[in-house]
Design a protein around this ligand. Structure first.
Ligand SMILES: Cc1cc2nc3c(=O)[nH]c(=O)nc-3n(C[C@H](O)[C@H](O)[C@H](O)COP(=O)(O)O)c2cc1C
Length: 149
């Protein structure tokens, strides 16, 4: 079983978070990491777990470079995929991490959504624990699927 993190970042905050999560997840499961556009949606078929990372743009919008991934997942029959979504945003804006919310709602409908994580701007030391928890929740979901009771 393999996981892929696909993220986008303009000023580095979401990238920092993606790298932190990559470190946490790699301790549990082989995890590849890509920036948006470096993996074609069809290559996602190689993975059982997809983790999406995004900042928020406009007024609570998903960045343009993440839209093809969003639309691909929305149109495929991928309810076997386990997914998670994380992102950074700024509470100054009315829709804090609105792009994470939009992905979350779509992934909840179309996939086996396991976890979400929102961080304000650049991840702090205190966010490390949240990253560990995010990875643990994801792993628990996988093990539940592997051995249903
Ligand atoms: C034009 C603009 C619009 C933004 N809109 C939002 C928003 O609606 N909600 C939010 O939470 N953050 C918003 N942000 C803040 C960014 O999402 C935040 O700075 C984020 O950490 C950037 O991530 P990055 O460093 O990975 O690019 C906006 C930032 C800019 C410059």
């Amino acid at each position: 079983m393999k996981a892929a993190i696909i993220y986008t970042s303009k000023t580095g905050n979401t990238e920092e978070l993606a790298l932190e999560l990559h470190g946490c997840l790699s301790r549990h499961i082989p995890t590849d990491i890509y920036t948006a556009g470096r993996i074609s949606p069809s290559q996602l078929n190689d993975y059982e777990i997809i983790i999406i990372g995004t900042y928020t743009w406009g007024m609570g919008e998903i960045p343009l470079e993440m839209m093809s991934l969003y639309e691909w997942i929305e149109c495929q029959n991928v309810n076997h995929l386990t997914t998670a979504v994380f992102g950074t945003g700024d509470r100054f804006y009315p829709n804090f991490c609105g792009a994470v919310d939009k992905f979350r709602d779509m992934l909840y409908v179309h996939t086996n959504l396991a976890a979400t994580l929102k961080v304000e701007l650049s991840p702090q030391r205190s966010d490390r624990e949240k990253c560990e928890r995010f990875a643990d929740i994801l792993m628990k979901r996988i093990s539940k699927q592997a051995s249903p009771v």
